[in-house]
Design a protein around this ligand. Sequence first.
Ligand SMILES: *Cc1c(COP(=O)(O)O)cnc(C)c1O
Length: 434
Amino acid sequence: MTLTPSPTRSLPDMAIYERRESKVRSYARSMPRLFNRAEGVWMYDENGGRYLDFLSGCSTLNYGHNHPLLKQALIDYITADGITHGLDLHTKAKGEFLNTFETLILKPRGLDYRAMFTGPTGTNAVEAALKLARKITGREKVIAFTNGFHGMTLGALACTGNEGKRMGAGVPLNHVSHEPYDGYYGPEVNTADLLEQRLSDPSSGLDKPAAIILETLQGEGGLNVASPEWLRQIAEIAKRHGALLIVDDIQAGCGRTGGFFSFEEAGLKPDIVTLAKSLSGMGLPFALTLFSPELDQWSPGEHNGTFRGNNHAFVTATAALKHFWTDDAFEKDVARRGDYLAKRLDAMATEHGLDTRGRGMMRGLDMKTAEAARRVTKASFERGLIIETSGAHDEIVKVLAPLVIDDDVLVVGLDIVEACVRLALAPPFVVAAD
Ligand SMILES: *Cc1c(COP(=O)(O)O)cnc(C)c1O
């Protein structure tokens, strides 16, 4: 197996992008290639370069690129002139998705949710969740957490911690209080106790919230993991204070941490759940807001959009559920690979005095500085490995390999990461001691 990145000197002409594409582009800057094909865990460029994908569209491609069964299901559907766009009309594809989701995901987990098809991006699923919580409780305030990421439209952005992203809004981002996430003040401080104290104190200045929104494992915020105990305590706090618990499972869900939902381990039954990213299974835009039936107090069209429910995504999502989620074999495979990933990252951390982060197949290495992390991702890309950073300071090298990756390919990718971490920290590039 060879990784054959195309050499920098043979880079194709990028003038059209410089000339016509907005400066807002970001990933394209650190990976300046013309990608033209992708299959499984591999991406290819115009110059014959071949790259191993440890980014997976930020966990949108958990089953890899163009999975043959999903692709075939979509080709068959299109060939038979299946409905492509139908607003929110009942379609056969939608019905099959709902039936499959009910049978393979909800029922075996004892979950009873209504499914709301929002606009196809994750941020729209979050907007719908926030609107619903505010409508039902009649309260304005939402509690979100430090380092949380929930999307880029105003409501979701208000729940996002990152300053650079928040600054883009250009208007005040109101009605959200950012409380310390699990471990924010170190392992000694239980931040759920702090939240409870503030919410039970009529003079704390913290208004009763409509909702508490959280990720069980913060994707963009640096792979911070909340403990099952902390999550359960937050769920109790939400209940006690009449707030709805929203779990944003857009990045950590769809198998990334092992279970279909990332909150299964903690035994939570959130009032509202958001899904997107890997839900379609093939990288097609598709988002879903799930909530308990008694919360389904929408009036028709109260939150709508032209692209509610993407029929092509229904087809691929159904095929993905039927292929990967009929029994627990896939889950066990992800857990096994996740353990191996943890072992390899732990060894790197021990070698260099660093820390690891994450859970399941969503883990990373805290390089302490953005500079060191960037050296790792840059050197990796030069060797044919696509990998990115996350965290408040972009200091975490984040491994988001496709969940279907073969063991021997995972080894090859992690060998590259290991070598590049050594390079990044080799003198004179010493990490600052903390
Ligand atoms: C990516 C992400 C979102 C936003 O999804 P988009 O499709 O980019 O709008 C929201 N929440 C979490 C946890 C995410 O990782």
